[in-house]
Write a protein that binds this ligand. Structure first.
Ligand SMILES: [Zn+2]
Length: 298
C-alpha cells in the first residue's frame, strides 16, 4: 500500500489561529493523524520582503496571491506593525493538536529570522532559537519535542549538530526521495532526515495546466515511493485551500493511499548515509537543502 506522510508547517499567527483549528477539524473528520510543526515565537512575516531581491520571489508572490493568502496585516508584521507572538497568543490551539495525538514538533522560534539568516548563525545562536521553542513546547505539553522541521528547508552544520545533541527522533529539513542520515562536506550527522518528496502547493499553484483538481492528480500520480511526504501550510491548505486538501484526502481514500505522520515513517525507516547539498526547486525562490541523489521528477 502507498503511504503519504502529511507534514503541516505553521509559519504565521494567522495560519496558527485560523488555519490550524480548521486543519485539526478536517483531520479529525477523516480520522487521520499527521505531523504538525509550529513556529512558536514572533511572526516577523513582513521582514520576508527582504527576499524581494531574490530571483523568483516576486513571481511566486504573484502566483500564490500572497497578499490575500497571508492577509495584508501579516505582510507588515515585524516592519510597520510589531511582530505578534504566535503560540503564546492562543496556547490552547497547540495543546489541542498535542491532545488529539498528532505528531507535533518544532518548526522555529522566529521563522523569518532562521530561514533568512541560518547560513551565518553560530551554533549558540541557532541553539537559542531552537531551545526557546522547545522550552515553550515542554511548558505547554509537559514533554520535549522529538522532531524538528527547518524553516524554508534550510540547514547548516550548526543546525544539524544542535538537532543531534537534542536527541530527536527525526528531522524533516530537506527535499529528496528517501529517509537518510545526512552528510555535509564529509561531516556525518546522526539524526534521521525524512525529506519532503512532493512539490508543495505554493510551488505549483498558478502554473499552466495546474488548477485545484489537476494539482491533486499531480500529487497522487507523483507518489512514486512506497511512502511519500507532502508539506502543506496552515496559511494555505488550512485556509483558502482547505477544500483542495479535503479533496486530496478523499482521493487518497479512493486510491487506497494511507495517510500517516512522519514519526510512523521514521519508525519503519532503513536509512542510508546521504549527502545534503544546497539546491534549487522549481517554483521556489533561493536555495534549500536537497538530498544529493536527486528529486522526484514533477
Ligand atoms: Zn515554514
Amino acid at each position: 500500500m502507498i503511504q503519504l506522510g502529511i507534514k503541516v508547517d505553521v509559519d504565521t499567527l494567522k495560519g496558527y489561529t485560523e488555519g490550524v483549528p480548521r486543519l485539526l477539524d478536517l483531520f479529525g473528520k477523516y480520522g487521520k493523524r499527521v505531523s504538525v510543526f509550529f513556529s512558536f515565537g514572533p511572526d516577523n512575516s513582513g521582514k520576508a520582503i527582504r527576499r524581494v531581491f531574490r530571483k523568483g520571489f516576486l513571481s511566486k508572490m504573484m502566483r500564490t496571491k500572497a497578499p490575500s493568502t497571508y492577509g495584508f496585516k501579516t505582510l507588515l508584521y515585524g516592519t510597520l506593525l510589531p511582530a505578534p507572538m504566535i503560540v503564546p497568543s492562543a496556547p490552547d490551539i497547540f495543546k489541542r493538536a498535542v491532545d488529539e495525538g498528532h505528531d507535533c514538533g518544532v518548526h522555529s522560534w522566529d521563522h523569518v529570522f532562521v530561514q533568512d539568516k541560518l547560513y551565518k548563525l553560530t551554533k549558540e545562536q541557532f541553539e537559542e532559537q531552537y531551545d526557546r521553542a522547545a522550552e515553550l513546547f515542554d511548558k505547554l505539553s509537559g514533554k520535549f519535542p522529538r522532531s524538528y522541521a527547518a524553516p524554508g528547508w534550510q540547514v547548516s552544520k550548526a543546525s544539524l549538530s544542535v538537532i543531534d545533541e537534542r536527541g530527536l527522533k527525526y528531522a524533516s529539513d530537506s527535499r529528496g526521495t528517501s529517509p537518510f542520515l545526512p552528510v555535509v562536506d564529509g561531516e556525518e550527522f546522526r539524526t534521521l532526515q525524512i525529506p519532503t518528496t512532493l512539490p508543495t502547493m505554493d510551488e505549483i499553484i498558478g502554473l499552466p495546466f495546474v488548477d485545484d483538481n489537476t494539482m491533486i492528480e499531480m500529487w497522487v500520480r507523483g507518489m512514486s515511493n512506497e511512502w511519500n511526504v507532502l508539506t502543506i501550510h496552515a496559511e494555505m491548505e488550512g485556509m483558502s485551500k482547505l477544500n483542495v486538501l479535503e479533496k486530496l484526502l478523499q482521493s487518497c481514500e479512493s486510491e487506497e493511499v494511507d495517510i500517516i505522520a512522519l514519526d510512523d515513517i521514521a519508525a519503519a525507516a532503513k536509512a542510508k548515509r546521504c549527502e545534503v547539498k544546497s539546491g534549487e526547486i522549481p517554483g521556489r525562490a533561493g536555495t534549500l537543502a536537497v538530498q544529493a541523489d536527486g528529486l522526484v521528477a514533477l
